[in-house]
Design a protein around this ligand. Structure first.
Ligand code: GDP
Ligand code: IMO
Ligand code: MG
Length: 421
C-alpha cells in the first residue's frame, strides 16, 4: 500500500488532526514528519476533546502505529505530558514509536525563542514560543542534540557543554539559564523513559508498505508557513510541504501516491504576516465566534477572513494535491454572502498566481467572486447532494477553480461529522 500525505493548504489549523484521525482508522501507521509542539491538532471523539501537539492522531487506534519522525523537534517534557494525558483517558500509548534521529528541544531553546521575539520588536513573528526555531537552528548548525544522545551520558554531556558554550557567547542575557547543571540529568530523567519508544521509524514504514494498509503522514502547520514557500520570514522553521515527507521520515518520494490538501471553507492565521483576505470587521468576528477560532496551542484569537483560491492553487503547484478536504463548512452557515478570492489586484494589474515578491503580496488586494449563503444546519448531513444548493455551488466552484476533486467535507468538529464526497 502507498503513502497518503495530509497537508495544511493555508496557514495551519485547517483541521488536520480531525481528518487524520478519521482517515487513520484503517491505517497501519500515522506519522508526523516535521515541526514540534508548536502544532495543536484537535480531535473530538464522542464529545471528548483531545489536543495533540506531538503525537499523530492515529494514536487512538490500537492497531495503528503512531510515529514521530526524524524531521521533528521534540520537547521531552511536552511529550510525556501528552502521553500522560492520553493514558489518563484510557489510551495506553504502546503504539507510539519515536525516531532516535529527531532533535531535542531544551528549555533554553524556549528562552532563546522568547528573547529573539523581544529583539525583533515590531517585526516579531508571533511564534508559539516553544523553542522550535532555535532547535532547528541548532540542527542546521550541526550542534543539535538528538534523542539517541540521551542514551549515552558521556556523549550527551560533551555535546551539551559545547552547545552551551557557544550559546553563552551569543546570548549573554541568558547566562543564568545556559548552565549544564539545569540539564545534566536529562539522560536519567528522559533517556530511560524514551528508550522503549525509540525505533527505526524509517524501517517501520518501509515494512508497512509491504502490507495492504495505508500509511498516513500527518502534516503540521500549513503550506503558507513553510520555511521555503511560505510568507517568509513570517513562517515556521521547518519544511512542511509534501517534499518534506521523504526527508522527515526517510521514505522514498516515489512511495507517496496521494497528497491531500486540507483547507477550511474560509481562512485563518495566527501570528504576524500578510493575509490579503483578512476580515477585521463583522465577518471576521462571525467566523471567529462561530468557528471557535482560538489557537489550540497558545489560545490566541486567530485572524479570520475569506477563502483564498490563489494560495490554494499555489499549494497545489508545490504539493501536487491529488485531492482536497474542505473543513468547517458548517461555520459559514448563517452568512448571507460568501466570498471566494480568485485573484489579486496589484496596482491595477490582476494577478492570478501567488507573487513570489513579498512587497507585491503585501499590497495585493483580493478580487472576489460572490456566492449566496445558506441558513440550514448542515452538521448531520452525510451526502454531498443533500447539502443546500448554495453550498453545493460553492464546493463545485472550489473544485473547478483548483482543478482538484474534493474527497472529503467536514461539517462539524466531531471526528465522524464528515461527508465522503
Ligand atoms: P489542525 O492544527 O489543522 O489540526 O487544526 P486545529 O485543531 O488547530 O483547529 C481546528 C479547529 O476546528 C479545532 O477546534 C477542531 O475541533 C475544529 N474543527 C475541525 N473540523 C471542523 C469542522 O468541520 N467544523 C467545525 N465546526 N469545527 C471543526
Ligand atoms: P498546526 O499544526 C497555526 C505559526 C505561529 C507563528 C509562526 C512561527 O496546529 O496547524 P513557530 O513557533 O513555529 O516558530 O511560529 O508559525 N504556527 C502555527 N500557526 N498552526 C500551527 O500548527 C502553527 N505552528 C506554528 O503562530 O506565526
Ligand atoms: Mg492547530
Amino acid at each position: 500500500m502507498s503513502v497518503t500525505v495530509l497537508i495544511g493548504a493555508q496557514w495551519g489549523d485547517e483541521g488536520k488532526g480531525k481528518v487524520s484521525c478519521y482517515l487513520s482508522r484503517k491505517a497501519a501507521i500515522t506519522a508526523r514528519y516535521s515541526g514540534g509542539h508548536n502544532a495543536g491538532h484537535t480531535v473530538i471523539i464522542s464529545g471528548k476533546k483531545f489536543k495533540l501537539h506531538l503525537i499523530p492522531s492515529g494514536v487512538f487506534y490500537e492497531e495503528t502505529l503512531a510515529l514521530l519522525g526524524n524531521g521533528m523537534v521534540i520537547d521531552p517534557e511536552a511529550l510525556f505530558q501528552e502521553i500522560q494525558m492520553l493514558q489518563d483517558s484510557g489510551y495506553p500509548c504502546k503504539n507510539i514509536k519515536i525516531s532516535p534521529l529527531a532533535h531535542l528541544i531544551f528549555p533554553f531553546h524556549r528562552e532563546i525563542d522568547v528573547l529573539m521575539e523581544k529583539t525583533r520588536g515590531k517585526n516579531a513573528i508571533g511564534t508559539t514560543r516553544k523553542g522550535i526555531g532555535p532547535a532547528y537552528s541548532d540542527k542546521a548548525e550541526r550542534s543539535g542534540i538528538r534523542i539517541c544522545d540521551l542514551l549515552d551520558k558521556k556523549i550527551f554531556k560533551e555535546k551539551l557543554l559545547s552547545n552551551l558554550q557557544t550559546k553563552r557567547e551569543r546570548y549573554p542575557a541568558l547566562n543564568g539559564v545556559l548552565n549544564i547543571r539545569h540539564f545534566a540529568d536529562f539522560p536519567e530523567r528522559y533517556g530511560e523513559k524514551l528508550a522503549p519508544y525509540m525505533s527505526d521509524t524509517s524501517k517501520i514504514i518501509q515494512d508497512a508498505l509491504k502490507s495492504k494498509r495505508p500509511v498516513i503522514c500527518e502534516g503540521a502547520q500549513g503550506t503558507m508557513l513553510d520555511l521555503d514557500f511560505g510568507t517568509y520570514p513570517f513562517v515556521t522553521s521547518s519544511d512542511v510541504t509534501a517534499g518534506a515527507v521523504a526527508t522527515g521520515l526517510g521514505i522514498p518520494p516515489q512511495e507517496i501516491k496521494k497528497v491531500i490538501g486540507i483547507t477550511k471553507a474560509y481562512t485563518t492565521r495566527v501570528g504576524a504576516g500578510d493575509f490579503p483576505t483578512e476580515e477585521k470587521g463583522k465577518v471576521g468576528t462571525f467566523l471567529r465566534e462561530h468557528g471557535c477560532e482560538y489557537g489550540t496551542t497558545t489560545g490566541r484569537p486567530r485572524r479570520c477572513g475569506w477563502i483564498d483560491g490563489v494560495i490554494l492553487k499555489y499549494g497545489k503547484k508545490i504539493n501536487g494535491y491529488s485531492g482536497m478536504v474542505v473543513t468547517k463548512l458548517d461555520v459559514l452557515t448563517g452568512l448571507n454572502e460568501i466570498k471566494f478570492c480568485e485573484a489579486y489586484n496589484y496596482q491595477g494589474n490582476i494577478l492570478k498566481e501567488f507573487p513570489y515578491n513579498p512587497k507585491i503580496f503585501h499590497e495585493a488586494e483580493p478580487v472576489y467572486r460572490s456566492f449566496k449563503g445558506w441558513g440550514r444546519d448542515i452538521r448531520e448531513i452525510k451526502r454531498r447532494r443533500d447539502l443546500p444548493k448554495a453550498c453545493q455551488k460553492f464546493l463545485d466552484f472550489l473544485e473547478e477553480f483548483t482543478e482538484t476533486p474534493i474527497d472529503l467535507i467536514s461539517v462539524g468538529e466531531e471526528r465522524d461529522q464528515v461527508i465522503q464526497s
